[in-house]
Design a protein around this ligand. Structure first.
Ligand code: ZN
Length: 287
């Protein structure tokens, strides 16, 4: 599943390849891809014909394309396997092509390809949030650590205000957005904290450290994600490219901890898994 660094790679590609271009025609190939656009596929297509994409933007794992007029955007959810591909006109169709945008300049098309169809697109109204305009479904999402307006101290306060466990708070998109299961585990390992530590008793210095580690690991992943890029291929999502990241704990069950050598353990966590070093990240006694 794409996390913040992967979505940012997609955003950069979209901004570079489709911002400033006028949509000529939209073809919805699978109605499920626009199920979040309540008025339906025909309305989605009709509303976008003749409109210009102004910019590609992101908050956390939410991605959108601003439309001319400044009141609406096309929001895109990549889901588990969504891809945004920029392809030459006439290029062979992908098996799982869901939505195709043709442009008035007859240049490369934008194709939304999604094998598992958990992703989708919708036209959404822009509303004010944190000093900017964002699509209405994004308004409740906190700023992410890569946002220039992100305030680390405000994030520390929000994290410690939650009455929950540390990892759950890190994944809470209303505290800080964009941190998913992989980067939460990596950040916790870097600072030697167990995810079941209660946030209420977490010292501010530790909250600050884990948030800084999350920012650091996502920034590093973004640096790696930016390398597999060429002019015609906006990004590969959910494919092998994502998993060559240098992960210290995530998916490393049984392997020696790179810091102390203890075998990494896996525990069930919210229908997924948590990976920790039992020595570097002691579980709190009360948990
Ligand atoms: Zn260790």
């Amino acid at each position: 599943m794409p996390e913040l660094p992967e979505v940012e790679v997609v955003r950069r590609g979209l901004h570079r390849h489709v911002a400033g271009r006028v949509v000529a025609e939209v073809e919805v190939r699978h109605p499920r891809a626009v199920r979040r656009h309540v008025p339906g596929a025909a309305d989605f297509a009709a509303r976008l014909a003749g409109r210009r994409f102004e910019a590609a933007r992101r908050r956390g794992k939410y991605l959108w394309l601003d439309l001319d007029g400044g009141a609406e955007a096309v929001i895109a959810h990549l889901g588990m396997s969504g891809q945004m591909l920029v392809r030459p006109v006439g290029a062979a169709e992908e098996t799982h092509l869901r939505v195709r945008f043709r442009f008035a300049d007859d240049g490369p098309e934008l194709r939304f390809v999604d094998q598992r169809t958990f992703g989708g697109m919708a036209v959404a109204e822009l509303v004010p949030s944190a000093g900017t305009l964002v699509p209405a479904p994004v308004a409740h999402i906190a700023l992410d650590p890569l946002d220039p307006a992100y305030d680390p101290e405000a994030a520390v306060v929000a994290l410690r205000r939650r009455r929950t466990e540390l990892k759950r708070a890190l994944l809470d998109q209303t505290v800080v957005s964009g941190i998913g299961n992989i980067y939460a585990d990596e950040a916790l390992w870097r600072v030697g904290l167990h995810g079941s530590r209660p946030t209420a008793s977490l010292p501010p210095a530790e909250a600050r450290a884990v948030l800084a580690a999350a920012t650091e690991v996502m920034t590093e992943a973004l640096g790696e994600g930016g390398t597999s890029f060429d002019a015609m291929y906006v990004n590969v999502n959910g494919e092998s490219g994502y998993f060559d990241r240098s992960l210290n704990v995530y998916g490393q069950e049984g392997r020696p901890c790179r810091r102390c050598g203890a075998p990494i353990r896996r525990d069930p966590f919210m229908n997924r898994s948590s990976f920790t070093c039992p020595s570097c990240q002691p579980r709190p006694r009360t948990a």
